[in-house]
Design a protein. Sequence first.
Length: 75
Amino acid sequence: MWWIKQFIEKLPIVKIDSKNQKTADSIIALVDKILRAKAKDSTTNTSELESEIDNLVYKLYSLINEEIAIIDEKN
């Protein structure tokens, strides 16, 4: 299992601080909305909310348009 730790430590996890707390809170709020909607009806379309989360994550990681395009084409 030591090798798993070696790879996990290299993952680029953003540290939440006072500068990005609002963005993180917005992501949490959107996730909560999705969970509530899916709890009421599992077939509810949440793609718009998921797209908003994607955009907030891009902001959280300070991604540029070229990086976002690479991610979007893989999805």
